[in-house]
Design a protein around this ligand. Structure first.
Ligand SMILES: Cc1cc2nc3c(=O)[nH]c(=O)nc-3n(C[C@H](O)[C@H](O)[C@H](O)COP(=O)(O)OP(=O)(O)OC[C@H]3O[C@@H](n4cnc5c(N)ncnc54)[C@H](O)[C@@H]3O)c2cc1C
Length: 404
């Protein structure tokens, strides 16, 4: 049985950031990844400026292989049912369009940690002094590991989270997001922008953008609905309303389950005992489903918390919860109506873009946003968002008592 200081589950961006902190501090760090590396990851790959700065500062300039074509993204365009469109440029210029298969692998390699890929973690048990980890290698062989701490960087359907809170997955709403790839006949959507529709008839999350000569049409909805039906509706809408003419979808469509919600209502899951969670396994997700920047930053904080705990013999959970409060603030601020109205929590200027519209369009946009928000009414998040927003206003932070 192999024993190390820290095991990180999952070889993604949160893992790379955590590993970098641990390796730099001299701790033996092992990353276990269920897939063969470099591995595919479903993602639009639009990195926020803050995420880009993190990559540059921690891992250096990105290699060309880590980028899709177009290699850069200028910003986001919001589209509304009233046919108003609002392009918004990112603050500080363009950002990279990451090819997750290669960008993640590059970051993992640069972290300096040892990696065992094709090694799927199946069970974890916190023994107090260490965590026992069982994994299955491709081919079926079982491997046992031991670590002082485990960091779960294993995404929305986290096995580490399941080991700590077996009931959690049944208690939150789950969404499905799927995307299809089309050869382009004619597409007037500006390929330098990520396009997002605030349209309740199209679904909870509807997007499109260019990638490697094809157009992606993506749909997000409550789990249980039909991906193909949803996609057909969006494709027809884009054709009718935006004159987007596409070839039938290629066979390589893809989708996955998403734990959208915890960031909105300050209900993050940070772990228990010697097991920490980071990245999207905790629920970190920014506006428009941007999760890479908070994965990187929360990953680094998880790594720092473990370093702090190992160096100073501090209880890791309390160290982590103190340190992670800054990232909670940044992420939940993006969903906080008071911050949206009176501060600038996003990395593109929504209020300025709104004010630039003629008055009657502004009214249409606000009405359309309200109708879109009503789509989420069934999840009863409204009151929780308002309570968290007021706590933020009066105490300057989001209440940590709500975190698991
Ligand atoms: C369709 C779509 C589009 C998106 N577009 C964007 C975008 O444009 N910009 C953006 O910033 N974000 C986007 N996101 C969100 C972003 O992809 C995630 O928030 C981000 O990847 C989370 O990173 P992570 O490090 O937490 O985990 P993940 O990237 O989810 O990685 C988890 C890793 O853990 C591994 N793993 C899982 N289980 C096990 C196990 N049992 N044992 C070992 N390994 C395991 C997985 O194979 C994977 O490598 C998008 C998401 C989707 C689904």
């Amino acid at each position: 049985m192999r024993n190390v200081d820290v095991i990180i589950v999952g070889a993604s961006l949160a893992a790379a950031a955590a590993a970098k902190r641990l390796v730099d501090a001299g701790f033996e760090t092992l990353i276990l990844e269920r897939l063969e590396l470099p591995r595919h990851k479903i993602c639009s790959g639009i990195l926020s400026p803050r995420g880009y700065r993190f990559l540059l500062e921690n891992f250096g300039p990105l290699p060309r292989a880590a980028l899709h074509d177009p290699t850069w993204c200028r910003g986001v365009t919001f589209h509304f049912p009233s046919m108003v469109s609002m392009p918004m440029d990112f603050f500080g210029g363009t950002t990279p369009h990451l090819h997750r298969k290669y960008s993640d692998y590059w970051a993992i390699q640069r972290s300096g940690a040892e990696v065992h890929d094709q090694t799927s973690v199946v069970a974890l048990s916190d023994k107090g002094t260490h965590v026992a980890v069982s994994a299955r290698r491709q081919g079926g062989e079982t491997v046992e590991y031991g670590a002082r701490y485990v960091i779960g960087a294993d995404g929305p359907s986290s096995v580490v989270r399941k080991a700590i809170y077996p009931q959690y997955d049944k208690q939150i709403p789950w969404f499905f997001v799927g995307q299809k790839f089309h050869d382009i006949i004619h597409c007037p959507l500006d390929h330098e922008y990520f396009h997002f529709w605030f349209h309740p008839r199209l679904g909870h999350y509807t997007w499109s953008h260019a990638r490697d000569g094809r157009q992606i049409v993506g749909v997000g909805f409550k789990k249980g609905d039909s991906f193909h039906d949803r996609h057909r509706i969006v494709e027809a809408y884009l054709r009718e309303k935006h004159d987007v003419q596409l070839q039938p979808a290629a066979p390589d469509h893809e989708g996955c389950a998403e734990n959208f919600g915890p960031s909105l209502i300050n209900r993050y899951v940070f772990g228990r005992g010697n097991m920490l969670l980071t990245g999207q396994s905790t629920g970190f997700l920014n506006m428009i489903g941007e999760g890479m920047s908070c994965a990187l930053h929360s990953g680094a904080i998880a790594g720092e918390a473990v370093v702090e705990s190992l160096c100073h013999n501090q209880p890791v959970q309390s160290v982590y919860r103190q340190m992670i409060a800054s990232e909670v603030r940044r992420t939940s601020d993006q969903w906080n109506p008071l911050m949206i109205a009176f501060a600038k929590p996003h990395e593109a200027d929504f209020p300025a873009a709104l004010l630039a519209l003629p008055r009657e369009d502004r009214i249409k946009v606000l009405r359309d946003i309200w109708r879109f928000v009503v789509l989420y009414k069934e999840f009863n998040w409204g009151r929780q968002i308002m309570a968290s927003s007021l706590a933020r206003l009066f105490t300057g932070r989001y209440p940590p008592q709500r975190w698991l």
